[in-house]
Write a protein that binds this ligand. Structure first.
Ligand code: FMN
Length: 383
């Protein structure tokens, strides 16, 4: 059985790089970079978490093409003018031995014309019953290749900026999920139909990104195992995709869940967790990251016990920029107490701050006004 101390064991990726611990800031869109270049506000938001002890700090979903942007204020990585921002993060991270990993992103049909100035694109033309739905047009084959190449170029830019690797956002209903789901992929060509065809864009992107960053940098992929709020995915198919990615030699697979270890209602009591199912098909040389309602050390340890190598936190990372640091201190004080050398009596856990919070509490946590506005959607802000 794992203990909170195991969260501070270093992890060596297959590429040879190591993370100092197992605690990850999950990718969070924050709308703080209005020009798409890293703003001071977005830098401060990430830097506070770098300083707070996270072993890996994932950036927001960063668009790899201007037409791939889903929200105003979203950080971009589609041009060399973005490189200095990522270099600034790389420098800040080095001092704390933190791995800053940009999440590379295309939103597909969820890139509104109000943001990009263009009709959204996706695997196919379709209609979905979701708020503010804008009908996409189907991507031409040449555009699919351009998108794959844009991911590779963005990844190369991240490495040039001094970052240790990249994560491909294959989860949560965005472009790659739209290709994976038969609900939104109605194509009749080599990118539609069988799972091999529907996963082709993701697999080819992974190969191109690996070629761009070389074998000595981290390549992660984020996947949604099942239905997202937007579209339908099949868990057995997603297990196959995870297994193929694992054989392709990605360094980690991040499973995006709403609850890391709790079973969705449709599973019988005592059934294997989604996390455990993924762990079984992902080879042991590939790290498994999980997210979803991880707040306390006990939550994090439960995820390790189900086979996760890393725990990623979004909400708890907003409220607790120094979550790893505070847990580490509480463990150190308990060991001191145990050795009779005094210090506060820690029990190896601490009570994290919870959301919602007031705007001023959020500002203290380097959440600027535009991000506070966005967080209202999640009911994370008190009036
Ligand atoms: C404000 C906010 C922004 C998010 N943006 C992203 C994103 O850019 N990319 C992504 O993969 N997931 C994103 N997510 C999902 C989180 O990474 C995470 O998977 C989810 O919130 C569940 O984790 P939690 O319970 O710790 O919040 C976002 C979540 C929040 C709350």
């Amino acid at each position: 059985m794992k203990t909170p101390r195991d969260l501070f064991a270093p992890f060596r990726f297959a590429c040879g790089l190591s993370s100092k611990n197992r605690v990850v800031l999950a990718p969070m869109t924050n709308g703080q970079s209005p020009t798409t270049e890293l703003s001071d506000a977005e830098f401060r938001w990430l830097d506070q978490r770098i300083r707070g002890g996270f072993g890996i700090v994932t950036t927001c979903a960063t668009h790899v093409l201007p037409s791939a942007q889903a929200w105003p204020g979203e950080l971009g990585i589609f041009s060399d003018r973005h490189t200095p921002g990522f270099a600034r993060l790389a420098t800040a991270a080095r001092e704390f031995n933190c791995l800053v990993i940009p999440q590379l992103f295309h939103g597909g049909f969820r890139c509104p014309a109000s943001v990009t100035g263009q009709q959204p694109v996706s695997a196919s033309e379709f209609k979905l019953d979701v708020p503010d739905f804008e009908k996409p047009r189907a991507l031409e084959v040449s555009e699919i290749i351009e998108i794959e190449d844009a991911f590779a170029a963005a990844a190369g830019r991240a490495i040039k900026a001094g970052l240790p690797g990249v994560e491909i956002h294959g989860a949560n209903g965005y472009l790659f999920s739209q290709f994976l789901s038969p609900q939104t992929n109605l194509r009749k060509d080599e990118w539609g139909g069988s799972l091999a065809n529907r996963s082709r864009i993701l697999i080819d992107t992974v190969k191109k990104v690996r070629a761009a960053i070389g074998p000595a940098h981290i390549l992660g992929v984020r996947l949604s195992p099942e239905d997202t709020k937007v579209l339908t995915l099949d868990i057995d198919e997603m297990l196959e995709v995870a297994s193929e990615l694992s054989q392709l030699g990605v360094d980690y697979i991040s499973i995006s869940l709403w609850s890391a270890v709790k079973l969705p209602n449709k599973y019988p009591d005592g059934a294997e967790t989604v996390l455990a199912k993924f762990r079984k098909v992902i080879s042991s040389s590939v790290g498994v990251t999980v997210s979803g309602q991880i707040w306390t050390a006990a939550d994090a340890v439960a995820a390790l016990n189900e086979g996760a190598d890393f725990v990623a936190m979004a909400a708890a990372g907003i409220a607790n920029p120094d979550w790893p640091e505070r847990l580490f201190e509480s463990l150190s004080s308990s060991s001191k107490a145990a050795r009779g050398v005094g210090g506060p009596r820690g029990n190896g856990s601490f009570e994290p701050h919870r959301l919602p919070m007031t705007p001023s509490e959020l500002q203290e946590r380097a959440v600027s006004d535009s991000f506070i506005e966005y967080l209202k959607k999640f009911k994370y802000v008190l009036d």
